[in-house]
Structure formats: C-alpha cells, structure tokens
Design a protein around this ligand. Sequence first.
Ligand SMILES: Cc1cc2nc3c(=O)[nH]c(=O)nc-3n(C[C@H](O)[C@H](O)[C@H](O)COP(=O)(O)OP(=O)(O)OC[C@H]3O[C@@H](n4cnc5c(N)ncnc54)[C@H](O)[C@@H]3O)c2cc1C
Length: 382
Amino acid sequence: MEFSVSEELHTIRCSVREFVEKEVFPREEIIEKEDRIPGELIDGAKKLGLFGISIPEEYGGLGLNMLGRFLVSEELGRGHSGFSGFLGAHTGIGTSGLVMAGSEQLKQKYLPSMADGEIVAAFALTEPDAGSDASNMRTAAAKKGDRWILNGVKHFITNGPEADLITTMAVTDPSRGSRGITAFVVEKDFPGFKVGKVDEKMGLRGSHTSEIIFEDCEVPVENTLGEENEGFITALKILARGRAGLAARCVGGCKRLIELSLDYARERIQFGKPIIENQAIQWMLADMVMETEAARALSLQTAWKVEQEMDIIMDAALTKLFASETFCRVADCAVQIHGGMGYMKDLPIERLYRDARITRIYEGTSEVQRMIIAGQLVKKGY
Ligand SMILES: Cc1cc2nc3c(=O)[nH]c(=O)nc-3n(C[C@H](O)[C@H](O)[C@H](O)COP(=O)(O)OP(=O)(O)OC[C@H]3O[C@@H](n4cnc5c(N)ncnc54)[C@H](O)[C@@H]3O)c2cc1C
C-alpha cells in the first residue's frame, strides 16, 4: 500500500492546516453562539478550492484522489465540526453521486459551480419512517411527459436550508422494493420544492439540517441520476465513500482533542505537580493516541482501496464504525483530563464532545455498520 504524499498534496494539506488554525479556530465561538458559518470562512474555503476537492479538474475541481481528500478532511476535522460537516456534506454525499453516475450533460451543467462553491449540494435519502431502513422510503416519483413528479418528505437533511442542488432518492417502481428506487438531482428552484422545518440539534452548530418537502415537484427527465430504478445502489455507493470522508473528519477531531488534552495536562497543577506526571493521565493519553492512529491507518487503507477500485463496502463500514466510536471515546477522555473545565463552554472540549456524538448516528448508525460488516462476512467470508 502506498501512502506517500506528493509535494502538491503536501502543499494543499499545509494550506488547509494554516486556514483552519488562522481562520477557523478564532471563529469557532461565533459559529457556536450564532449558529452560522461566517462569510469569511466560506470565502476562504472557496479560495482554497475546498468546495471542489472531489470534483475532477476538467470540471473545475481540485480532483484530489482519496488520499488527498482524506488529508484535507482530516485537517478540516481539527476545526469546527459544523463547518467541516457543512463542507463534508457538499463535497461528499452531495457531490459524489453526480461525479459517479451523472450524465455528461448534468456534470457540465452543475459541477463547475459546485466546485467553486456557487452551488451548495446536499443528499436526501432519510425520511421520517425510513432511517436505518432507508429502502422503506415513501417519496415517490411518477413520470409525466418529459418530467418526473416527486411527492414526499425527507428529513434531517444536512445543508437542507442552504442547498441549491439535492441528490434525492425516490420510489419509481413500488413493486420492486429497493430495486425500484431512482436517484435525481433536484434544484431548489424547481416548482414544488420546499424547505420544511429546520431542526434544533444537540450540536453541530453552523451546520443545519431540515426537512425537504416535494409537492408535485417537477424534475426534468434529464435530471435523472444514473439508470432508472438503480438509485439505491447509487445511494449505497455514495454512502460508502461518504463514510470514508467522515472517518477522516473523526480522526481530525481526535487529533485536536489530543493536542488540547496534552497542553492542558502539562499546564494544570494539582498536588504540586502537572497532572501529566500521573500515570492515570498518561495512560489515557496513550490510549487516545493508539486508537486515533489505528483509526487513521484503517481510513488510509480504505482510501487506498478506493483508488485501486476495490470493493469497499465492508472497509467503509469498518472505518466509519471504528473512527466514530474512537472519536467519542477520545472526546470522553479529553473531558476527563480537563476535569470541570472539560464541561465548561470556555474551552472547545465540551463542543467536541457533543459534536463527536452524531458521528455514531449519521451516514448509518453504529448498529447499521455492524449489520453491514456481519452481512459481508456471512456472504463472502473473511
Ligand atoms: C445531524 C444529522 C444529519 C443528517 N444528515 C443527513 C443527510 O444529509 N442526508 C440524509 O439522507 N440523512 C441524514 N441524516 C439521517 C441519518 O442518516 C439517520 O438519522 C440515521 O441513518 C439513523 O436513522 P434514524 O434516525 O431514523 O434512526 P432509526 O433507524 O430509527 O434507528 C433508531 C435506533 O435503532 C437502531 N436500529 C434500527 N434498526 C436496527 C436493526 N435492524 N438492528 C439493530 N438496531 C437497529 C439504530 O441503530 C438506532 O440506534 C442526518 C441525521 C442527523 C441527526
């Protein structure tokens, strides 16, 4: 396996790190307090090409390979999870369907504006009665001349309130179950498209989720993504790649927590000495690093497999499961090391603790990842 980083990739990674440290860190409090991403950060991300990391160069993106995307997402993960979640939903689940399965016409039409951040993307699969069991969706699409007419409600859609273009899954042949679902790219300005309730969440401030409502929403047939009735397979492929990106953000979050914990443990004096001199604290830090490095190695292996065009269904599930659970364990240790200060809003620790929690739920819960892993084991062996 080859993980060596080219000079170009190294430069991109350093620019993102500098951007996160100089621009994102100082604005984390604003994001938390005002639940919005400051315009300067959006502009900065546009300037660095961060909206287009997964879009091929021919359509105006950076066209990074999976290793490159991992490194960028890892750096962004060190910053505010709301900001990295907003960008991650755009560059990951919001974009990859179009890149993987879009017609040339759709790619030419949308990808350049998505790459420069003029079009914000989202991905709408989940519905109130179809979460883990996504194939049980009710949103339906019926063909009428040169249009599809969509009816139904999606919920918990990241970037829902902001998105201009939404990769949407809908049932086109109810008699065929998951083989009767088609993917569409839906513009927010199509007639019958509406943003519904915006959610109040535990964390991820600045990253908004909402309902998306389709009421006789008219979608031109050319906005069908991939083949008719093959949308669920497309959704699974989108999610598998999305999970790899999410794992990278988890690793970045762990790194930030370790850095903060190490600094705090060196500075905090109790019983006349820095708390880092206690083995109990050292062992927590050692475990935090051990698990983070293991999550990183697993993520890199999955990224490499994507590049080799290998089947990553099981790898993506393993990676997402391990990285998200590691993020939560590391966040828990970080709170412990910080004592009461870990619980206070003065430091980023309590925010990271809240923000880590969602990673075990979205893009497939931990239970669903275990189901995927076990399912692959039963089917293919180890
Ligand atoms: C902040 C946020 C952002 C999101 N962004 C998006 C987005 O951009 N696009 C999108 O489409 N969706 C999005 N989602 C939806 C997310 O993917 C779902 O919430 C997730 O898949 C779980 O579905 P659910 O919430 O309906 O939980 P449920 O499916 O109702 O699950 C509830 C519990 O039951 C468990 N469970 C369910 N079935 C089984 C089983 N067979 N065996 C064992 N345990 C089981 C689950 O693991 C979970 O613990 C987002 C959600 C949140 C909270």
